[in-house]
Design a protein around this ligand. Structure first.
Ligand code: F6P
Length: 500
């Protein structure tokens, strides 16, 4: 830990959560922040006035304000790849030229959606979206979270190269009424291209006359899509400067915009834009993504926690943990700083989680009594996502809040240590007014900026992902050259399972 500010924070006495509210009566006021439809509560974490002051120094030491300006100005903040990270421009925030370009591309997307709705592509009842990683997780989350009564199409989002995924997805789909969206920033990703080819075969076998005419390409590489067989009029491009895991706001969000309607998609963008403005304009001490990053850094950088857990107490947000796994771990799971020198402390922890109350009956034992300290994050909504007896939603929220209180408070048991709870275990609660498009947009943008703020505090570049390349290269080499020159274990596995 070479950062003087971080070392100073580590030297501070650690608060005991069991008594923090007694020692600071204003604590709730200080550590709750409302931004639009979302209320953030960090009062059950170890943030204190002194820790907060220490992190404000760290942010200054790391040039947070200048780096944030660079992000929004369209500067090449992704220094290892020499490009900007312009997801905010998709929401109308950032460099004026990039915002204008994004508006034009959104206009094109909207026009195609209008045409589909007017019947230009014939009967469309099912959408088969094929993409992986950032080209799947975002649309999947949005469609799953928001597909209430208003959904007009069946949407299946297929990512895995395992044919079982595609086969299951198209079960029950009429090939003559299916639109295929091939989503790939590069339009070269093996899994996506193989799934797309198999989807085309499915249409051919069903006698669909012009199978490529049923394909929409969502990509930053339109030339590759044309080469593959998609007509230019059905290509929805997006800018190269929009990173894959930050791309749901671009044409990658097409299935969501089509299935949920353009108004919902626009509200999603507006919610995100409001969070952009909050992040860009709020002073550090009142800045939700930055404060959340302080909490993250306290647990990983100072206390050495190796994971952080996240539980959505709302079925509509069930896919949030897997979406955030890519956002946080692909962005910040790094070993070198922006200048290529080794990092001097831990970087991103492992993000994991699930839905409440299910998770309470599966993994919470470890959170309450295990030996590995795990900061927990609860996400819930005041309004329910269902019309059943309100007792359901009440029970859901009561359980969520009880878990946070139990983790913090603990319970002594002098007679039976197996039944004692140590307490002093941290949690953050993020409470939405409701899971609306606007709130979801703001929530996802919050996580994006928090990930960026974490990267700034650690001095790393969150926008590249070279770590995913080596495995892909080896797989390609086995496909191209056969299994030669590998270790005995790999050779034996290939021999046994593939007969080569
Ligand atoms: O392998 C990782 C990755 O590059 C992600 O960053 C990206 O979201 C995903 O693959 C898919 O890439 P593409 O959109 O180019 O198919």
């Amino acid at each position: 830990m070479t950062s003087p500010a971080l070392a100073a924070i580590a030297a501070l006495p650690q608060a005991d959560l069991k008594s923090v509210f007694d020692t600071d009566p204003d604590r709730l006021e200080k550590l709750v922040l409302r931004q639009g439809p979302i209320r953030f509560d960090w009062s059950k974490t170890h943030l204190t006035d002194d820790v907060m002051a220490g992190f404000l120094k760290l942010a200054e030491e790391q040039g947070f304000a200048a780096q944030r300006d660079a992000l929004f100005s369209g500067f090449a903040v992704n220094n290892t790849e020499g490009r900007a990270a312009e997801h905010p421009a998709e929401r109308g925030e950032g460099n004026a030229d990039s915002v204008a370009r994004a508006k034009v591309l959104h206009g094109r997307m909207r026009a195609l959606i209008d045409a589909i709705e007017a019947g230009a592509l014939g009967d469309v009842r099912h959408i088969l979206h094929i993409g992986i990683g950032g080209s799947a997780l975002g649309p999947k989350l949005i469609v799953d979270a928001l597909d209430g009564d208003g959904v007009r199409y069946d949407v299946a989002i297929v990512s895995n190269v395992d044919g079982t995924a595609l086969e299951r997805a198209i079960e029950g789909f009429d090939p003559h009424a299916t639109l295929i969206a091939v989503a790939s920033k590069t339009f070269t990703t093996t899994e996506t291209m193989l799934n797309a080819a198999s989807a085309i075969n499915w249409l051919v076998e069903a006698g669909v006359e012009d199978p490529y005419g049923r394909v929409i390409a969502l990509t930053a590489a339109p030339d590759k899509a044309i080469e593959w067989g998609v007509d230019e009029t059905r290509i929805l491009p997006f800018a190269e400067s929009v990173g894959g895991r930050y791309s749901l706001w671009s044409s990658i969000g097409f299935p969501a915009a089509l299935a949920l309607g353009w108004d919902a998609f626009e509200s999603l963008l507006e919610g995100a834009a409001a969070m952009d403005r909050h992040f860009r304009l709020s002073p550090p001490a009142e800045n939700a993504p930055l404060i959340a990053a302080f909490v993250d850094q306290y647990y990983t950088g100072v206390l050495g926690c190796q994971t952080r857990a996240l539980f959505a107490y709302d079925e509509r947000l069930a896919l949030l943990p897997s979406y955030l796994q890519q956002l946080e771990m692909e962005s910040n799971g790094k070993s070198v700083k922006r200048d290529g020198t080794p990092v001097d402390g831990p970087t991103a922890p492992i993000t994991w989680g699930g839905v409440g109350t299910d998770a309470q009956h599966a993994v919470f034992q470890l959170l309450h009594q295990g030996t590995i300290l795990t900061p927990v994050e609860f996400i819930a909504s005041i309004e329910p996502g269902n019309t059943l007896d309100p007792a359901h939603h009440r029970a859901l929220l009561v359980n969520c809040f009880a878990q946070g209180a139990a983790l913090m408070r603990g319970k002594e048991n002098a007679d039976d240590p197996a039944r004692a709870y140590p307490g002093n275990r941290p949690s953050t609660t993020i409470l939405l007014d409701d899971v609306t498009p606007e709130a979801l947009g703001a929530l996802i943008a919050f996580y994006e900026h928090r990930t960026f703020a974490n990267a700034v505090l650690m001095g790393i570049n969150p926008f590249d992902q070279f770590g995913v390349e080596l495995g892909k290269e080896i797989a390609k080499s086995i496909e191209a050259n056969g299994p030669t020159g590998f270790d005995p274990s790999t050779m034996a596995l290939i021999g046994l399972a593939l007969g080569e």
